[in-house]
Design a protein around this ligand. Structure first.
Ligand SMILES: C=CC1=C(C)c2cc3[nH]c(cc4nc(cc5[nH]c(cc1n2)c(C)c5CCC(=O)O)C(CCC(=O)O)=C4C)c(C)c3C=C
Ligand SMILES: [Fe+2]
Ligand SMILES: [Fe+2]
Length: 361
């Protein structure tokens, strides 16, 4: 076992604070080859598919990685942008904006974007922060609701990096922000703006990414977090019980997943005579394949084919200024004691350093 050498820090240089903003990850290109690499890494994570490796590996390599890459590549091609995969484009932009907002509020930190699967990896993001002099690092998984498959897996990647690192930095970890008032209010404001453009409210379907149902019975808080986010958003919008619903999308594999599923819910709403539906995906910090293709394209088609008339997708918070301010506030609270703005000890130390510098001049 060898440990990575600590990056050289100039003698007497101040310790810096870093934030690693981590989202799920995405393929490098909308091609079957890139999808095969990405899905092989993603679906080999035991946090994502909780089956014994002896059972799962032959299914993954013998069936899924032979068929799914081509199908998924076509879906990715339909949402790909000139700058790349939407998930990566938004995550990069969020990291740059977060660094700017934090700096403006007197909290000078470095923010690096990273992807749990694919590139830039969690390890490369942490290395970049260390090279830039960060000795204190806050990990910010871009998942408002905790799940073992997402947030838990980011933790695994961070600790795996730590196991190979000589000088492990001081670390903090954001666990979830599903009921953060700033996040809820930013979502509510985005719905109100949508209503204004449409001349009034429609039925609001809040669609969250699904999870295998057994994870709920095994104690994963994801399902509860999704329902609490939905309740708080409905309260902020003063919606009555018959004006909104919660559903779970992106079913994968043969096991039971959380119910109700989004697409059948949209079809049922249309058949019940709901002419208009507005869909929001509060569990996604940024638009990606799951929102742009599965909801905005497939969800729309399913609703209209079942007799619905008017389908609207309310985009994720992405780079929304109110959403970014909410994230800034969340990070500031988690950095408490680490930055000069909110740490009396650090302020005093900096005052003493200044006095010291004056005395030696
Ligand atoms: C937001 C939270 C997410 C949870 C919870 C989640 C669980 C989960 N996902 C899969 C399988 C797939 N997910 C895929 C894409 C994908 N998933 C999330 C987020 C969550 N997943 C995002 C943000 C994305 C989009 C990535 C992008 O590049 O835009 C995919 C890949 C696409 C495809 O081939 O369909 C798979 C597969 C499982 C099994 C799971 C829980 C156990
Ligand atoms: Fe997923
Ligand atoms: Fe999907």
């Amino acid at each position: 076992m060898s440990f990575q050498a600590a990056p050289p820090l100039p003698h007497g240089s101040p310790s810096r604070v870093g934030v690693l903003l981590v989202n799920l990850g995405t393929p490098d290109a909308p091609t079957p080859q890139a999808l095969r690499r990405y899905l092989a890494e993603f679906l080999s994570d035991p946090r994502v598919v909780e089956l014994p490796a002896l059972l799962w590996k032959p299914i993954l390599h013998g069936i899924i990685l032979r068929t799914r890459p081509a199908k998924s590549a076509r879906k990715y091609a339909s949402v790909w942008t000139a700058e790349g995969s939407p998930l990566w484009v938004w995550t990069q932009r969020q990291a740059a904006l977060l660094q700017g907002y934090l700096g403006e509020s007197g909290c000078p930190v470095l923010v690096e974007p990273a992807m749990r699967y694919g590139q830039p990896s969690v390890a490369s993001g942490l290395d970049a922060l260390r090279r830039a002099g960060a000795q204190r690092i806050l990990i910010l998984p871009a998942y408002p609701q905790y799940s073992g498959a997402t947030t838990g897996s980011v933790f695994d990647a961070v600790t795996r990096w730590g196991r190979e690192t000589r000088w492990v930095p001081e670390l903090r970890f954001v666990h979830q922000y599903h009921d953060d008032p700033g996040y809820i209010e930013a979502l509510a404001a985005s719905v109100r703006r949508h209503w204004q453009r449409q001349g009034g409210p429609g039925y609001l379907l809040m669609s969250f990414h699904g999870m295998p149902e057994r994870t709920l019975h095994l104690g994963d808080p994801y399902h509860c977090h999704c329902h609490k986010t939905a309740r708080l958003l409905a309260e902020a919008l003063q919606l009555q019980r018959d004006q909104f619903g919660v559903s779970f999308q992106s079913r994968f594999g043969k096991a039971r997943w959380l119910e109700p599923a989004t697409e059948p819910t949209l079809e049922a709403l249309a058949r019940q005579g709901r002419e208009r539906v507005d869909v929001i995906c509060p569990g996604f910090a940024a638009d990606c394949l799951e929102t742009l293709e599965e909801i905005e394209q497939e969800g729309r088609a399913a609703f209209l084919a079942a007799g619905g008339k008017d389908f609207h997708y309310v985009p994720c918070l992405n780079d929304d200024p109110q959403g970014m301010r909410a994230l800034t506030g969340l990070v500031q609270r988690h950095l408490s004691g680490w930055t000069l703005t909110d740490d009396p000890g650090a302020r005093e130390a900096s005052r003493l350093r200044a006095l010291d510098a004056g005395a030696t001049r």
